[in-house]
Design a protein around this ligand. Structure first.
Ligand code: FAD
Length: 288
């Protein structure tokens, strides 16, 4: 199933993101994550793609195949192109196809000094049109409610997003954000710019002060004062921060759904208990 077919069915799409186990974690830990997520029945699960290296990319493919074939949940494999040539992409797509994975999140990725850029794809839009031309895959792309860090301004970022959609992206997933007004303003600008594909809101529950500060510095998301207060008060108390972070995410999601968003994409950080708690609290909300 192509993911764009999930939208417009009278309920909010709910999807989850997982990442391949880190180098020192047992590969089997992904089973625990997926076993925990399967009861939530997300509409699809996406799997992130490492900066490079065949081993990392093989793992993304393996996990996507597992989600699709063992858990019978649609999978979306992330695929970055900055360090990939056409042959690399062809090989990966052929593997995904043979595994029954039908959906790809086409990304440029960030330059990593260990994997020098290759010239075949400069921007994600180049990868989007390349994959769409093959005709086999549903193609999604990333968007940035507060603008991409490299963009000089929101207008050029939106113009390039429109190019990505014109190149064939059928569905967009947003970068994490903590202030829903940023997302609603972005959504309005996108619609005015003629971007009419479904846009899912990316939500990351705040569970650790350090990791959220690292994440925010990497992606440029701003922290509203309500969240800054939570971090200041509970940041050194993991159990309290976990409760407050989950409550914040649920509040964000119910407000987004009330505002009519078409989909929620939960960055699970491979923590199925947190995902279950959040999903359990929005079950009826999603169906309204
Ligand atoms: P692009 O759409 O190519 O945009 C990159 C920058 O170039 C933007 O500033 C854009 O405005 C600009 N631009 C685009 N086209 C043009 C043009 N024609 N001329 C001039 N400027 C242009 N990274 C990973 O490594 N692995 C992952 O699995 C992963 N998953 C992600 C999932 C989501 C939902 C999101 C939001 C991001 C993810 N990323 C991942 C991070 C992403 O790779 C980085 O944010 C990267 O810097 C940009 O990727 P992009 O696909 O958005 O790039």
């Amino acid at each position: 199933m192509k993911l764009c077919e999930l939208f417009g069915k009278g309920r909010t799409v709910f999807s989850c993101e997982v990442f391949p186990p880190k180098r020192n974690d047992p590969v089997d830990s992904i089973y625990q994550t997926l076993d925990g997520l399967k009861d939530i029945r997300p509409d699809f699960i996406s799997v992130t793609f490492g900066a490079g290296g065949s081993q990392v990319n093989q793992t993304t493919r393996d996990i996507a195949a597992l989600i699709e074939n063992r858990y019978h949940i649609p999978a979306m494999a992330h695929l970055t192109c900055v360090a990939a040539g056409k042959e690399d992409v062809d090989r990966l797509l052929a593997d995904l196809k043979s595994d029954g994975v039908e959906n790809v999140l086409a990304l440029r990725g960030d330059v990593n000094p260990d994997y020098p850029p290759k010239p075949d794809f400069k921007y994600a839009s180049d990868l989007v049109s390349y994959i769409r031309a093959r005709g086999d895959f549903g193609v999604s792309a990333a968007c940035y409610p507060e603008g991409h860090l490299e963009s000089p301004d929101l207008v050029s970022d939106l113009r390039h997003l429109r190019e990505k959609v014109d190149a064939g992206a059928q569905h967009l997933v947003s970068q994490l954000f903590f202030d829903n007004d940023d997302f609603f303003r972005f959504l309005e600008r996108a619609r005015i710019a003629g971007i009419n594909v479904p846009i899912e809101a990316g939500i990351m529950p705040v569970l650790s002060k350090n990791s959220i500060q690292r994440m925010v510095s990497m992606c440029g998301a701003s922290l509203p004062s309500k969240l800054t207060r939570i971090l200041a008060r509970y940041g050194d108390h993991p159990d309290a921060l976990r409760e407050a972070g989950i409550a914040y995410a649920i509040d964000q999601i119910s407000d987004l759904i009330a505002g009519g968003v078409e989909g929620i994409h939960l960055y699970t950080m491979n923590n199925p208990d947190v995902a279950r708690q959040i999903a359990g609290s929005i079950n009826s909300i999603r169906k309204v």
